[in-house]
Design a binder for this molecule. Sequence first.
Ligand code: HEC
Ligand code: HEC
Length: 375
Amino acid sequence: MNEGRGFRWLSPLGTGVALSVGLCLTPGCDGCGKQGATPGTAANVAPEVVTEPVEPLPELSELDLDMRKVVLGRRLYHDTRLSGDGTVSCATCHSLDHGGAEPRAVSVGIGGQLGPINSPTVLNSRYNFRQFWDGRAADLREQAAGPIENPAEMGHSFVELIPQLKENATYTAAFQEAYGSEITKELVLDAIATYEESLLTPSPFDAYLRGDKGAISAEAKAGYVAFKEVGCTACHSGMLLGGQMFQRLGLLKDYFKDRGKEITPADLGRYNVTQKDDDRHMFKVPTLRNVALTAPYLHDGSAETLEEVIRIMATYQLGQDLDAAKIAQIKAFLESLTGELPPHAREPEAAEAAAPAGVTPAPVGSGHQTPQVHG
Ligand code: HEC
Ligand code: HEC
């Protein structure tokens, strides 16, 4: 029956993940760095975590980040002038107040245009193996160009944007300081991506994985055990509890038939990139970090609550019926993945908003800012 099919298929995956972690934790493993081991994993993980399918995030201090680029990227990320009509910034759809995503089923771009799909979180997104639900961008730098020139999102063009930014003394000086260069498209994308790369959100569950047994509640611990036992980790594993593979939504039961609504182009997922029938309804497995903050859920924004999406996952991905107690435990576990933003993530409000040369950062992480365009 279904369950058997699921598990035969699932088990090699789980083992593979545990094995690769285990290898790099071997004392004296001198190949770790060369094999691209997770920074910080080897030194900081409690010994019993070696075989866990989930890995803690590195500390921000372990990353090699240039704070001048981070701060410049933060300004660009929150600046509505990156959109054609000056109303939309990256933060409009990826708000720091909503776990790096937005409280809507689908995005709203310039002129109030409804987008086709739910916005995923930018937090910790540097560890995604590809970007976008269908993986069409290889990395954050490639990704960032998309929304700026997408007519339904920010509707701007770099041909116009770069001269506009160059007219701004604050930006000109900041690019000189961070890059020793005038403003170019590549550097705008690099600064935004560098800011995103700095958005790590260590959570109580990371503390637990690193050995602090009291960091999460008994309910959350039971939830983590259930999460592994029912098979969620076959897809949601690694540092992001996701972000490492594509999988079909409705692996064991037809999700789209039961949903009832007409299938949209966005529902085809990875198929839109490869045109292969096997890739129909395949999506990047999303990260579960900060998921308690990012409702509604799924690429179509159709699940309103964590309980609902946990039930959908159990039914359609694993062919299982979970009782209310199990669901509550898993929910408590997912809540323990809510992390803390680094202190530099948000714009220092008043001081910078009053900066010369018309630099007007959008209000911190607000998805509902009033347009402010300065000459
Ligand atoms: C109008 C809303 C909107 C705006 C503005 C917007 N995004 Fe997005 N973003 C989305 C949506 C929707 C997706 C998912 C699209 C898809 O997968 O097809 C997305 C995907 C992403 C992803 C991929 C995350 C993942 O897990 O795959 C990143 C990173 C991202 N956006 C960063 C940015 C940055 C940086 C900006 C500003 C330059 C920006 N976004 C502007 C709505 C928006
Ligand atoms: C076979 C792979 C697979 C398994 C097993 C699986 N998931 Fe998922 N999960 C996915 C995919 C793929 C998506 C994205 C689907 C979409 O939105 O189209 C997803 C989405 C989610 C989301 C929504 C995240 C968001 O930001 O919208 C949550 C929460 C989630 N899964 C939790 C779980 C839990 C809990 C379990 C175990 C009961 C589980 N998943 C088992 C593949 C899987």
